[in-house]
Design a protein around this ligand. Structure first.
Ligand SMILES: Nc1ncnc2c1ncn2[C@@H]1O[C@H](COP(=O)(O)OP(=O)(O)OP(=O)(O)O)[C@@H](O)[C@H]1O
Ligand SMILES: [Mg+2]
Length: 591
């Protein structure tokens, strides 16, 4: 399955992916469904047959009980058959419903995981989660659709039978049905709009709440609970307003037709009385007519009652699906090859990059020889992280190319590119899983010995073994239970374990104390051996031994050379170096 290419239309998605692998279960469920639906026609008929028994005289020599027996047996058998169908329908529904919901959620979660960075930067994870759930719920609506269709059939058959008994009664049925449909359809559009607004404001609110709750530590530190409530208030008010409007339309949908039905029932009773007084209708036919009246009214309510839900579910599913299945900016080329890294040469060729209209990198060219360690230096916001993001193809360049061992990264699969890069980010985040799982992330088959070895190299083993559960300790939400330095060391251990030929360190040692930094620096040197390494640092002392140091200013390379060459040159690097005391930059360049 290719989750990076999903149909544009929700219906095609449901058809192609929703039921895949479950058509058999759905087919059995549908047949059982038909059987149960027959109940709608059979029930009034059975009542009619039964009452009709009392209007007949049994043939000579047969007692009334014997005469009635076949009808009783037939009726009971039919009821049992329908009940069995009902059980089968329930069992099948119980099977397909969770499977299909999870299948849809699985495919969409996978799709959004393939989304490019620009998709994520503009969205709230909480909202994405509820949108995925809306699409899954939308599929379950097909059951309601089929139900509606069945009810429609049952109404038509029943009205047809009543037409045989009396055309006036049939006319009342048909009139109520037509009125209800027209009334319902007229309200459909405003109802549709109001429920889409209600669900949209619900997901926005839920996204904001998740965002607020997940930043609980910031809220606490800024004593901002009250201002968070204030911030949330307009969204809550909008949500309440939209929900009340949606509810209003729902009420309106029901109230008027209910009153109309009371009059219609009066009309049916009057017709029966008139026909009986003229001797034109049998009691069994009256019973049948009344039974059909309630049955038809029940079905109409059912159909109409389902419409708001169906509209609600489908419009929410539709809106959510369209937002989720936005085209992916960064895609593998159709004939993308697997990146083959033999040496680890990296080349940036005239690379420019902009976010919206703001250029971050301009015409930058840089060739990094295999196995070289280069240091990137520059003021905050200069574009260092952006440069390595482009190398990992988290974004595509606006112009220019990036090559790894002569292969353009646009021509290889993103997975193979990233498998060849170990990246330790500026602010490593963790899954709320165990330390072991976090270290082995991306390498789930690693043995315990390998995990420990990696942790030792990253100077993380000591603090891990000091925790109560050791490698089985949970790290908390996004790693909250770890200190900044510990989180970095877990990220470093992860990179050691990944063992990729290209290594990128973005301020990887910024949160470490000097003692640990010295330990890790040694490990880095070991790790960097034979690998092409790009290290970004504000603390220039960490880059001193790099083969080449590149100074970036406003998206351009200002100067490059070894530490000694750059100091001798007396340019920006030399200026920065002078400003540092004990290896720290003392300007407000640091964040
Ligand atoms: N997703 C984004 N959308 C828009 N602009 C962005 C985005 N990410 C970064 N930028 C902008 O791009 C510029 C370069 O950012 P970048 O993260 O590359 O800087 P940096 O050199 O790594 O800085 P630092 O040393 O602070 O980490 C900044 O001005 C930043 O505001
Ligand atoms: Mg950065």
């Amino acid at each position: 399955m290719n989750s990076t290419k999903l149909p544009k239309s929700l219906w095609r998605f449901y058809f192609a992916y929703g039921a895949r692998g479950h058509w058999g279960t759905l087919a059995i469920w549908f047949i059982a469904f038909l059987g149960v639906a027959a109940d709608g026609v059979l029930f009034p008929m059975i009542e009619r047959w039964f009452i009709a028994l009392f209007e007949q005289t049994p043939p000579a020599g047969i007692s009334f009980i014997e005469f009635a027996m076949p009808t009783i047996i037939l009726c009971v058998s039919l009821f049992i058959l329908i009940d069995l169908m009902n059980i089968l329908r329930g069992v099948m529904h119980g099977r397909w419903n969770p499977k299909i919901s999870n299948q849809i959620s699985d495919i969409l979660t996978d799709y959004v995981h393939h989304q490019s960075m620009s998709f994520w930067t503009g969205r709230m994870p909480g909202k994405i989660n509820s949108q995925i759930n809306y699409v899954a719920t939308g599929f379950r609506t097909i059951e309601k659709f089929i139900n509606m269709f069945m009810s429609m059939m049952i109404i038509i058959v029943n009205v047809g039978i009543v037409l045989n008994i009396n055309k006036y009664v049939a006319f009342i049925f048909a009139a109520v049905f037509v009125f209800r449909m027209i009334y319902g359809l007229a309200l459909l559009r405003p109802m549709n709009r109001s429920s889409a607004n209600a669900s949209d404001s619900s997901s926005t609110l839920s996204g904001k709440i998740v965002d607020s709750i997940s930043n609980y530590s910031v809220v606490k530190l800024f004593a901002a609970a009250t201002s968070e409530r204030k911030y949330m208030a307009p969204h809550r008010i909008a949500n309440i307003k939209n929900k009340i409007t949606a509810q209003f339309f729902q009420r309106l949908f029901w109230a008027v037709p209910n009153i109309v039905w009371n009059f219609a029932f009066g009309g049916v009773m009057l017709c029966c009385v008139i026909l009986y007084s003229r001797g034109e209708i049998l009691v069994s036919e009256i019973v049948f007519t009344i039974s059909v009246f309630f049955n038809v009214m029940f079905r109409i309510s059912h159909i109409i009652g389902e419409i708001p839900d169906i509209v609600d579910n489908i419009s929410s599913a539709h809106k959510s699906y369209t937002e989720l299945v936005q085209p992916i900016d960064v895609m593998d080329a159709d004939n993308a090859k697997i990146l083959n890294v033999k040496h680890g040469e990296i080349e940036f060729r005239n690379v420019s990059f902009k976010y919206k209209n703001k250029y971050i990198l301009r015409n930058l060219s840089l060739k990094i020889a295999p196995g070289t360690r280069i240091g990137l230096v520059g003021a905050s916001g200069a574009g260092k992280t952006t440069l390595v993001n482009l190398l990992m193809r988290l974004y595509d360049t606006t112009s220019g190319d990036i090559l790894v061992d002569g292969q353009n990264i646009r021509d290889v699969t993103q997975d193979s590119l990233r498998q060849n890069i170990s990246f330790i980010p500026q602010e490593p985040t963790m899954f709320n899983r165990t330390l072991r799982e976090n270290i082995a992330y991306g390498n789930p088959n690693a043995t315990n010995a390998q995990i420990r070895h990696a942790a030792r190299q990253a100077a993380a083993d000591k603090f891990i073994t000091a925790t109560e559960q050791k490698y089985n300790s949970m790290v908390g939400d996004r790693g909250i239970k770890l200190s900044g330095g510990q989180r970095q060391r877990v990220a470093i251990a992860r990179a050691f374990l990944k063992n990729a030929p290209i290594l990128i360190l973005d301020e990887a040692t910024s949160a470490l104390d000097s003692q640990t930094e010295v330990e890790i620096q040694k490990s880095f040197e070991k790790l960097a051996r034979g690998r092409t390494t790009i290290a970004i640092a504000h603390r220039l002392s960490t880059l001193r031994n790099m083969d080449v140091i590149v100074v970036i200013e406003r998206g351009r390379i200002l100067e490059m050379g070894t530490h000694t060459q750059l100091i001798r040159r007396g340019g920006e690097y030399a200026r920065l170096w002078k400003m540092q005391s004990g290896g720290f930059l003392q300007t407000n360049d640091r964040k």
